[in-house]
Every structure is written in C-alpha cells, then in structure tokens.
Design a binder for this molecule. Structure first.
Ligand SMILES: Nc1nc2c(ncn2[C@@H]2O[C@H](COP(=O)(O)OP(=O)(O)O)[C@@H](O)[C@H]2O)c(=O)[nH]1
Ligand SMILES: [Mg+2]
Length: 359
C-alpha cells in the first residue's frame, strides 16, 4: 500500500514527507524534481504500552509507504509521466497551503485552500474522464466486430463512469457493484482513490488546528465519501522532529497541541486505506503488523511468515483492551479471555495474536 503526496509547488509536500519518513529530500525551490519514496513508522500508543510491558530486545512499528510527488500546476497534471506515477498509488494526500509567507511565492499568487482543493479534484476528474472516453471509443470499435459479453459489461459500467465524471463528480461517490468494481479496477481512476486533504498551516494559526477545516473554508469537504481532512503546522512539526520526545511534549503542551499533527495525518491515511493493526508479543520482539480490514487469521499469519499461513492450525487471540484491563497474559488466561480462533476468524484492530502452526 502506497500513498502519494500531491499538490501545487511550494505547499510543503517535501517538508511533510521528510518529517513523516525521516528522509532528507531537498525542499524549497529546485524546479521539477523527481518523486521520492519513503517509509513512515506508524505511531501507536498500544505498541508503546506493550513495549514497556514486555521490554523486548526489539520493538517494531507498523509502516506506511509514501511517495512525495513532484509539484504540479493543475494544467500540468495531464502530462502522462506524472499521471502514470499517480495511478500507481493506493491513496492520495493532497497538501494545500494555508500558511502565509511572502518569501515563499504561491503559484496562484494568492493563498486560497478551497480553490486549490477544488482545482486538483477537477483535474483528476478530467483525467479520469479522458481515460474513460478513450477506452469507450476503443470498445465501440471492438464491439462492432464482435458482441463479446465481457466487453459489453465493461462498456455499460464505463458509460456510468463517464456520465458521473461529466457531472464533475469524483468516482469515490459512485456506488458500484462488486462486479462493476472489478471491471474498472484496472483503470486505477484517480478520483476514486481515498483522499486526505492536509491543510498546511501557519505557525501563527496554531490555535485553529482543531477547527482548521471550517476556519479555512473547507466545510463543504466534510462527510464526502472517501475523503478526510486534517490540519498540520509544517514548520512546527519540523521543529518537533528535531527535539527529544520529552522536549517535544513540553513544547506541545506550551502550544496547547494534544498530539503531533503528523500522527493524525498517518492515522487518517491508514484508516482511509482500510488498514488495521494486530500485534505479536514476546521477549524477543513486540511488533505491530498491518493488514487490510477483513483479513482472516491465516492470511494475517502469512504477513508474518509464509510458513505460518501454510501450516496454520489456530490462533490464540487477545483483544487489546481486555489485555490492558487484565494487565498480563496469565491474568487474561485465568479469566478465560484468551480465545482460540480457527481459519475463518477475521482479525480485528488491536488483536494480540499468537499463531499455532505446524510445517
Ligand atoms: N512559513 C512556512 N513555510 C513553509 C511551511 N511548510 C513549508 N514551508 C516552506 O515552503 C517552501 C517549500 O516547501 P517544500 O516542502 O519544498 O514544498 P513542496 O514544493 O510542496 O515540496 C520551503 O522553503 C519550506 O521551508 C509552513 O508550514 N510554513
Ligand atoms: Mg517538493
């Protein structure tokens, strides 16, 4: 699973990417740059708690992959190289600028996050429409030669897609049957990808962090299918990332910030992607693992090691909250809360799992 960070030039994409992934990609001017790939460790208080309890040799966080895309002007989005890169990602983080800084010129010369969010959305809709139309033309030709049943089904769903896009609506909001969904999956339409709008805010606006969406006029983006919003202060986050966790905590308390904005960003991204976390614990390692919501126990075991999936017998599962309430694994067992689950069990967010297997 990979998330693309998109947006206009000089909105703070690379600044945020660097803090999230610990990379040191060049920020600031530099014209057209290539995409950067990085991995973020998912912040998780549950993992911290389990780490303190088990004191293992190693604590491993779940991870999320990000691609810092080069900045574009909306009208450059049609360039095929850019679109090809974008089609490969599973979700989008669109960074829109709300910070004011005379030394950092805005490509549209005024700061207007609502306009920038809408412009980018429209460009994605148009790119999808172009793609759907091209395919429909080809289908039309092919269907004149032979009335293939699959091609007819594809044509029907693409006609719905075209109509929807022509109404300037993103495909996220189009309800499709599982069969229709399967037929258009290969197009990797941009306006169907989950979207996290990130408002990159001025240090001076830190008081608006909790209310940024309304304060900056993006209320209309709330409650849209597949869309989430969050505000961060890129400059402040950059300072946090240079401090020890203790100093960062003190600094955040002074500013009245309950948690780093980047944690929220990472959590929202994870949620939009439909991902959940399960844990494995022990003296050697306490680890958080990422799976899609709906993953069964043997599939989850397979993310740890393929042998665990092949030789899966059953899983011992403890729900995180019950584990915390009991305070330890023996106490949990004593109260009969350690469950034995079979092949059909669907892993839940926060499950602590021990796989019984035989190879
Ligand atoms: N004042 C201010 N400047 C920022 C902020 N975030 C980024 N910048 C500056 O804006 C410029 C462009 O940032 P960069 O991360 O390279 O933007 P990108 O082109 O979107 O990747 C750099 O000089 C950053 O230091 C912010 O929150 N506030
Ligand atoms: Mg950049």
């Amino acid at each position: 699973m990979k998330t693309g960070i998109v947006g206009l030039r000089r909105v703070g994409k690379t600044t945020l990417f660097n803090i999230i992934t610990g990379a040191a990609a060049p920020t600031g001017p530099g014209g057209k740059v290539k995409a950067h790939l990085g991995v973020a460790a998912m912040p998780d208080e549950r993992l911290d708690y389990l780490g303190r309890l088990y004191e293992p040799r190693k604590i491993t966080a779940a991870t999320a992959q990000f691609v810092d895309m080069p900045g574009v002007e909306p009208d450059e989005m049609k360039e095929s190289a850019y679109l090809t890169g974008l089609r490969l990602v599973d979700a989008l983080v669109h960074v829109v600028r709300t910070f004011r800084d005379e030394t950092v010129p805005h490509p549209a010369s005024t700061v207007d996050p609502g306009r920038d969010a809408a412009d980018m959305e429209l460009e994605m809709i148009l790119a999808d429409l172009f793609q759907a139309e091209r395919r429909l033309e080809k289908l039309d030709k092919d269907l004149r030669k032979v009335k293939d049943k699959d091609l007819l089904a594809e044509q029907a769903v693409l006609q719905r897609v075209r109509e929807f896009l022509a109404g300037e609506r993103p495909l996220r909001e189009l309800t499709l049957s599982p069969d229709e969904e399967k037929r258009i999956r290969g197009f990797t339409f941009l306006s169907r990808k989950p979207l996290l709008l990130v408002l990159n805010m001025d240090e001076a606006d830190v008081a608006y962090l909790g209310t940024a969406v309304d304060h900056f006029g993006l209320t209309g983006w709330r409650d849209r299918t597949g869309v989430a919003l969050t505000g961060v202060c890129g400059k402040i986050e950059e300072e946090f990332s240079r401090l020890t966790p203790e100093d960062a905590r003190t600094f955040m308390d002074d500013l009245g910030i309950p948690e780093p904005g980047l944690h929220r960003l990472l959590r929202e991204n994870y949620r939009l992607l439909g991902l959940i976390t399960f844990f494995t614990v022990g003296k050697d390692e306490v680890r958080a693992w990422t799976v899609r919501r709906g993953t069964t126990a043997p599939e989850a075991a397979g993310t740890i090691h393929s042998d665990l999936e092949k030789g899966f017998i059953r899983a011992e599962i403890a729900a995180y909250d019950q584990f915390v309430a009991c305070g330890s694994m023996p106490a949990l067992k004593e109260r009969g809360l350690l469950r034995l689950e079979g092949r059909d069990y669907v892993v839940q967010d926060g499950d602590i799992m021990l796989v019984r297997f035989n190879v």
